[in-house]
Design a protein. Structure first.
Length: 135
């Protein structure tokens, strides 16, 4: 199996105002891309997992990225060594999603039980670490 990944982030904004006899515009355009080739080093990845979860209010779930309990789309057991990209979307229209806050976790982003991120309804969370260490 071979894997290539391209993460694209685009942000375009225009703020306009009418001042006396002219129209003023402040434009911001940011377009960035991260590309990972097949492998296990810097700027590489060799495992892909994606899934959709439905949680009841106040429920929790732990995804074991390293223990072989998750399956890829080809039904192969996954044992990830490094996490290079993490993308989460809260599809709820009313409930926030608390990410992190576990007693132990191998992901340094949430290494302490006090480390947690509240993803508001409709919100998106994206972090990347393409170096050899990962997230």
């Amino acid at each position: 199996m071979s894997l290539t990944v391209k993460v694209v982030l685009g942000f375009d904004a225009v703020c306009q105002a009418v001042q006396n006899l002219s129209n003023l515009a402040d434009r911001l355009s940011i377009n960035r891309a991260l590309e990972l080739t097949n492998g296990t080093g810097a700027n590489q990845a060799n495992v892909l997992y994606h899934g959709q979860r439905t949680l009841a209010d106040a429920a929790d779930e732990t995804l074991d990225l390293y223990g072989g309990t998750l399956l890829d789309s080809l039904k192969n057991a996954l044992t990830m060594e490094k996490l290079k990209v993490l993308f989460l979307k809260n599809t709820s229209v009313e409930a926030s999603l608390l990410i992190g806050g576990a007693g132990t976790t191998p992901v340094d982003l949430f290494a302490d039980p006090a480390d947690a991120f509240k993803l508001r309804p409709g919100g998106v969370f994206l972090t990347t670490a393409p170096d050899a260490n990962g997230i």
